[in-house]
Design a protein. Sequence first.
Length: 285
Amino acid sequence: MYENIVVAFDSTPFSHAALLEAANWVKAHGGKVSLVHAVLFNEEEFGNAPEQLEKRFELGRKACSQAKEMVKSEFGVEVDALVSQGEPTDVITDTAREKHADLIAMGTYGRKGFKRLLMGSVTSGVIVSSPCDVLVVKKPCDECTGEYESILLPYDGSEFSKKALDRACELSKVDGAKVTVLYVIPRYEEMIGFLRTDSIKKSILQEAMKITQEAKDLASRSGVKVETRIEEGQAADKIIETAKSLNSDLIAMGSYGWQGMNRAIMGSTVERVIIHASCPILVVR
């Protein structure tokens, strides 16, 4: 299903993990891998030392060359590499478009707390601008296998989450992964200040069951049997908690799902999950 993978590579452990995940996938399922390394050069900052630009290119070419040799030696997979000057977000997404990539694999520093990935972060910038799915790898290199056994799919009935469900079903058919569909009931009284009556609670639960049943029906049409869970609380927190309790090795999400009072460009839920989850996150376009 993923035949043309672009890996954002900067020689950090995070990008090495993304490369290993992509290489494992291609070795098992076929396809090709292309590395892209962005050279960010601030002409105003380094105007008096233009030689720094070429040094950065040399470092980038060396890092990519070593990575290519490693992948060839360990996986038997040929890798292309491109070193290009520019803003990393632009270089990565432009390369994906030019190569007609169907997946971008990248790492992230996974910052904690109230600092957000939104605006200024390469990871969030790529997710917002990417022409294809984005796999954010958040695990040590020695755990990268390119295969998934347990996929958690946050689902809210939106078109974005339906696309993510389709992709999760495809992955399930490729690797036999178990797919769990999660619907999170918001705590409306915290959002708009009313206390729920029993009848309101019943109505909300019925709606949740209707939405998860819809997901089961859609998956069944694809030939995949999924399990469902309904939780109540803050969406991102429940997604992270559920992934941990199920020992999920992948969270698949729509890029603009969970629209609501918190939504901001990429979607606050996607953003929070990327920051705090410990397993890879597949953001589906």
